[in-house]
Design a protein around this ligand. Structure first.
Ligand code: 6PG
Length: 254
């Protein structure tokens, strides 16, 4: 394993998944020890799928007090839960169907509704759980797209500059489809952000993000720098292959 202040690199996607599940489990157990509950918001897409499978198996499955876990989503596609594209559907298949999270602790985005309605409903869920303050999740997992999007905050969209709402539902021109997503104010208020990226497809964008001196709306993932929290990028060697060495040597040798 190679790591620097907030970037760790693993020799394979499987080692990345095993370590990311371990990291999730550790942060979740710390939150439960400290506050008797743990709020997490999970990313969709393919990269985290294996992470969630590992988290749903021992030792993690039996180490986590799932009764204390409240599970939210970072974003959702506007499809019903049984649709293969549904983020909730993937998380249910790989994690929720295998761990004893109480049903009323699962706060999904209703992809079967319109984006505007689903966003309003989800905003209500967040207010119900976090109160009127900006939600402060214990842990948010995020992926990154090849265009630098994260959650469903896509470059050059109004969603990226939303400063007051917790959730937006909007038409994403790049996808020609609607999405619902947590906004940056929520991501920036998290205790821990875990970015997960694997494969050569992500190398160019990860290299650009890691060398971005200042956050840029062209690269929404580069803007996720919590005010009072930590960001951990967990990569495999392929996704990390274009991170310029000028950012200094890895913190520890392989
Ligand atoms: C989504 C995700 C999105 C995803 C990235 C990376 O709904 O698609 O929330 O932000 O994390 O696009 O996706 P992959 O892991 O499939 O590359």
């Amino acid at each position: 394993m190679n790591s620097r202040a907030n970037v760790s690199v693993w020799n394979s996607a499987e080692q990345l998944a095993q370590s990311a599940a371990e990291t999730m489990s550790t942060f979740m157990r710390w939150a439960i020890e400290e506050r008797k509950n743990c709020s997490i918001a999970l990313a969709g897409g393919e990269t985290p799928r294996r992470v969630y499978q590992v988290l749903a198996t021992d030792p993690h499955r039996s180490l986590i007090d799932w009764d204390c876990v409240h599970l939210f989503f970072g974003d959702e596609r506007m499809v019903p839960p049984e649709d293969p594209a549904s983020n909730y559907g993937m998380v249910h298949q790989e994690l929720l169907s295998r761990v004893p999270v109480p049903a009323d602790h699962i706060h999904r985005i209703h992809g079967e509704h319109s984006a505007m309605d689903a966003a309003m409903e989800y905003e209500g869920e967040l207010v119900k759980f976090f109160g009127g303050a900006m939600p402060r999740f214990d842990l948010i997992t995020l992926g990154v797209g090849e265009d630098g999007h994260t959650a469903s905050l896509f470059p050059h969209t109004a969603a990226v500059s939303e400063q007051t709402k917790r959730v937006v539902g909007y038409f994403v021109p790049q996808l020609n489809s609607w999405r619902v997503t947590l906004t940056l104010p929520v991501l920036l208020n998290a205790r821990v952000i875990l970015f997960l990226a694997a494969g050569t497809r992500k190398a160019e964008i990860v290299g650009r993000i890691q060398s971005a001196v200042t956050p840029s709306a062209d690269l929404p993932a580069s803007m996720v720098r919590p005010h009072d929290g930590t960001v951990q990028w967990m990569l495999d060697v392929e996704a990390a292959s274009l991170i310029s060495s000028s950012k200094g040597p890895w913190a520890c040798p392989p």
